[in-house]
Design a protein. Structure first.
Length: 145
């Protein structure tokens, strides 16, 4: 039997200039595409974590543009791992802009990193991320879901 845990984290929505494409990376722990992000290190702020995770997972250097919202709905944010462990994620989602770098899977956490058309997202996308992307594109702020 696995372990249940609460997992604070961040998610970064990185759009191109005309807001028609979004950066996703292919996770190594589940065969799913995902927004860049993850849990903060001890003593690390959510914004610093976002910048670090994006760099680690995609090779891109970003600036934080704005907070989109905080997401924790158990319907979408509880997920299981192949080893039987489960996590209830509480994620602060930020819109980010690219300042430099080349898009590439940049660490052991990422098997691939690509731009996707926001109207043609992969079928194997983390189930909660389409909502976050739509909220960002819709210029929604202060979402609590």
């Amino acid at each position: 039997m696995g372990t249940d845990r609460v997992s604070p984290g961040v998610a970064a929505v990185i759009l191109n200039a005309d807001r028609t494409r979004v950066v996703l990376h292919l996770r190594d722990d589940k065969p799913l595409w995902s927004l860049p992000g993850g849990p903060p290190d001890f003593g690390e702020s959510f914004t610093a974590c976002t910048v670090r995770e994006v760099k680690e997972e995609t090779g891109l250097n970003v600036d934080i543009v704005r907070l989109i919202g905080v997401y924790s709905s158990p319907e979408f944010w509880i997920f299981s791992y192949p080893d039987g462990n489960r996590a209830h994620a509480f994620a602060a989602a930020f819109e980010c802009s690219v300042v430099s770098g080349e898009l590439a899977a940049n660490c052991s956490d990422s098997l691939d990193a690509k731009w996707f058309d926001v109207n043609a997202l992969p079928d194997n996308l983390m189930p909660m991320h389409p909502r976050v992307i739509a909220d960002c594109i819709g210029n929604k702020d202060g979402i609590i879901f």
